[in-house]
Every structure is written in C-alpha cells, then in structure tokens.
Design a protein around this ligand. Sequence first.
Ligand code: CTP
Length: 397
Amino acid sequence: MRIVLGVAGGIAAYKSVLLLRLLREAGHDVRVVPTRSALQFIGRATWEALSGEPVTAEVFEDVDEVAHVAIGRAADLVVVAPATADLLARAASGRADDLLTATLLTAGCPVLLAPAMHSEMWAHPATRANVATLRSRGVHVLEPDSGRLTGADSGPGRLPEPESLLAAALALVPARPDDLSGRTVLISTGGTREPLDPVRYLGNRSSGRQGYALAAAAVARGAEVVVVSANVALPPPAGVRLVAVETAAELRDAVREAARGANAVAMAAAVADFRPVRAEDAKIKKSAGVPFLSVDLVETVDVLAELVAERRPGQVVVGFAAETGDADADVLEHGRAKARRKGADLLAVNPVGHGRGFGSLDNDVTLLDAQGVVVGAMTGSKLDVAHAVWDAVLRLW
Ligand code: CTP
C-alpha cells in the first residue's frame, strides 16, 4: 500500500518514528508529511532515512510534481500521528496552508487521525467540535490514551503506542485473505555483485523493493517465506527467513537449496549474466599511458532456466524480466520471446529505464504464461504488483 504518514508538531512525534518502521517492515511504501512544527521535534533526515522517500512540509518544493495534490490522490491510507489540536482545527476548517493539510483535502482514501495533546486542549469545546466535524465527514479520529503526558501531568491525551496505531491503521483497509497459508514461497531479490578485485565489482541498479514487496505480501497472506537477498540496502519485511548472498554463484546455491522445499519460486533478483573470468587478488592499478582496461567475462548459470528444468510437480516458477524495448521490438514483444525461451510458469515483464522500474516506488507489470500469452497486468505500488503475482500463482496451483 501507499501510505501517507502525517506528523503534526507534538512531542509524541517520536512514537511515529517507530510507527514508520512498523509500516515499512510490513512492506508498505510510506511518504512522511510532517508539519513545520513537527520538524522542530524530529528532523527531515530521520524521516527520509527511514522512509527512503523525500520529506518536506512545504507545498512550494518540487512544484513540478504538484505534490500537494499528487500525494493525497495516490495514497491508499493516510495516518496522522500525532494530530495536535491545531492540526485538528485546520483539518476541520478545510485549510491548506501546508503540505499535510493540502494532502488531507485531496485524499480519497481512509484517513485516520490519532490526536495527542494536553488533557485541557482535548477537552476544550473547540477541539470537541472539530473532532465531531471531522467524524461527521467520515474521518476516523482515535480516542487518545490516558496516562502520563509530557511533564509530570497525566490524563487523557497520550498518543497510543505504535503497535496500537499500526493495528488501528491497517484495520481501515480490507484485510487480505490467508490464501497462501500452508505454502512455502521462495523469493530472490536485489542485484548480484561480481568481484573484479578486492574493492570493485560489476553490479546493477536493482533496489530489491519488488522482491521485498513480494515477501511482505506473501507473509500477509499466510505463507512461509524464504528470501534470498543480494545486496539490498532496505530493511527486510518482518516474518521472513532471510539468506544474504553477494554473487550470482552464491545466489544460485542458496536458491537451489531453498527451492527444494518451496511450492513457488519468484526470481525477482537481477542476476548478473556475466562475471569476470577471474577476480584479481590485488587492487587493479592504472598503468601510465594505457588508457584502456579489458576484462574477460564469462556467462553465469541461468538460475531460472535451471529451476524450470528441475521443477517439482506442482511447483510454480515465476521469472521477472526488466525490459527497455529497442529498435527491434517493444517491451512486450521482448517479454513474449523471453517467456517462450525461459519456460517459466509466469514471467512478470516490466519496462525499465528513464526513471521507471529500478528504485522507483511504483511498477507496471504484465504477466505472461510460458507461451507468452498475457494472463494478468497490474499498475500500482510494488505491493499491488506483488499481490497480483501471488493471485496468478494461486490460479496456477
Ligand atoms: N536470471 C537467472 N539467472 C541469471 C540471469 C537471470 O535466474 N543468470 C533470471 C532473473 O532472476 C529473472 C529472469 O531470469 O527472473 C530474467 O532475467 P533477464 O536478465 O531479463 O533474462 P536474460 O535471459 O538474461 O535476458 P537478457 O538477454 O534480456 O538479459
């Protein structure tokens, strides 16, 4: 899901840092939108590092992206925690004087506000009226917890703990069925690195996001999940067994081992097709007057082809093809040819390059069967794409 985490300027903003982690671990893409005062409590660097997305409170940054409209429109869920008395007042009166309130005006998805403030502010008739107005419009406003507030004072006004906020937020979107329970799925993800010398490697731009989304989606639907992860910088989704690898050869060994017990294998990793014939023991040096360096490469084993050849009865093998299209054929034609060549039960084809695919948050995927026939398509977040892949796998089972 694409979730907007709004943060207003209250001391309880520190709890939202943990909420952000929980949402990310559950596989969601989270865009944090703080208010200017929230940035007095927790800085932009913290939100950006943990969400992996740009953070601003202003509508006048990245104006070309029309963020004040785009963020709300694209969201599947908006959570504001903490929602201060001021934020409730601005939301209730429909103001749009920062990015968060503008986002609230453009969001067509469920909205959850988690108020936190001193008890007197919460009890004030102005706040009561604002909460009633927001609720009458279908906004979900949580009751704050009672207990210790900022100083020695205590009473109603505490922000609930991050786990409770997570549960309240996710309860607003339809739950996924447990339709993968009893199944074990294996996912390879990330990009392999083939060493040239002790400090250099040949690698690729794969972020691992799509593979982690496949894993989070499978966990949410009740599967046992093994992830073979090649050089992914993101935190892995909760509830998976993670096997970290670096090279194509290590990935091949780990995948073959885990595939023995898997009902489905999704090869989302960008595996090197070639590796240097040998990795130098010492760092490669420049030689004066020789402006070229040649490196001999040798083909790696095609792990997907091997999995298809060794497939157990009932095991579904899914390949991924990131294509750019060229003068000879477009993305889909390349995909069809690859589907027939590779023989995987499903091939998820997506266009990459020019800002699409690798590293980006959304994806655009066409699912082909082994004959190259289109059996599904999905444009949306990488989590949406992940669910579409598992839907197609279920149909094959
Ligand atoms: N793959 C693999 N082992 C390799 C290379 C790729 O298992 N050595 C898998 C990838 O994980 C992916 C699928 O094969 O699921 C397609 O990868 P891709 O690089 O697009 O396929 P190639 O056959 O290498 O085609 P191309 O010539 O377009 O690179």
